[in-house]
Design a protein around this ligand. Structure first.
Ligand SMILES: [Zn+2]
Length: 253
């Protein structure tokens, strides 16, 4: 399985603060930084996008991705999310005010965009991948995603504070090769992390006690101004196999 990090965090790099992961060049998890990270030709290959939650840093390039490719022959995009997130995109993004409603363009019969509701823990088959949303604990309805092919499994928590079901499911995955989770704030911002549904190095450490698998854990989501402090505090945890995702890097699992 090929994973390209389109957006995860960073300072002086385009797309900082935005989240998006591209699997096998065609399926994206979140769309905080898709159109900005890919050439037009690469964008055309992205046909399926799973959205974890409604926050802009996970959705904001969707309008441009569609707009850039609208007239490409045969282009269509399917966006998958739980019903609450689909409703949010309908009401606040593709609402004919913020952006056109591409679910009825160029016409109702052959729209360029399909919003597909998925249910927590029900698998969706896309391009040889099985993708399962799993509810996590953020300040808006949010799911992580378990992505599997025949040999490999990856688990992406998306934005979350301390949570339970995600780790329970992860512990039962036979072919798990890696986990991607977040650490958004340093420990001195614990109160802010708590009210905004995010992790700090301290709460990440508690979360990782729930993990029974010996697999690499990659972190994303550090706010650019706090990244240095977060990295120092994560290093102090002295956990082997705990590293940071690298923006722009391609991983093979
Ligand atoms: Zn969020």
């Amino acid at each position: 399985m090929k994973l390209k990090v389109l957006g995860c965090f960073g300072g002086n790099i385009p797309g900082h603060g935005m989240t998006s992961l591209l699997i096998n060049d065609t399926v994206a998890l979140d769309a905080g930084w898709v159109s900005g990270a890919l050439s037009l030709r690469e964008q055309e290959k992205v046909k399926d996008i799973f959205i974890s939650h409604s926050h802009l840093d996970h959705t904001c390039t969707l309008p441009f991705l569609i707009d850039n490719n609208f007239s490409a022959p045969g282009f269509s995009l399917r966006i998958y999310a739980i019903p609450e997130v689909v409703a949010s995109m309908k009401n606040h993004l593709f609402n004919k005010i913020t952006w056109p409603d591409f679910t009825s363009l160029p016409n109702d019969l052959t729209p360029v965009l399909k919003l597909v509701e998925v249910r927590p823990e029900e698998p969706v088959l896309v391009n040889g991948l099985t993708i399962r949303p799993v509810l996590v604990s953020h300040i808006v309805p949010t799911t992580g995603f378990i992505v599997e092919d025949k040999k490999t499994c990856l688990a992406f928590s998306s934005d979350t504070g301390p949570t339970h079901r995600f780790w329970e499911i992860v512990n039962g995955l036979k072919n798990l090769k890696a986990i991607i989770t977040e650490t958004s704030f340093p420990d001195e911002f614990q109160d802010l992390a708590d009210v905004s549904g995010h992790l700090t190095p301290s709460t990440l450490d508690v979360e990782l006690e729930k993990l029974e698998k010996d697999v690499p854990v990659y972190l994303y989501g550090g706010k650019p101004k706090h990244l240095k402090a977060i990295k120092k505090q994560v290093a102090a945890l002295k956990r082997k196999k705990l590293t940071f995702l690298e923006q722009g890097k391609t991983y093979r699992f």
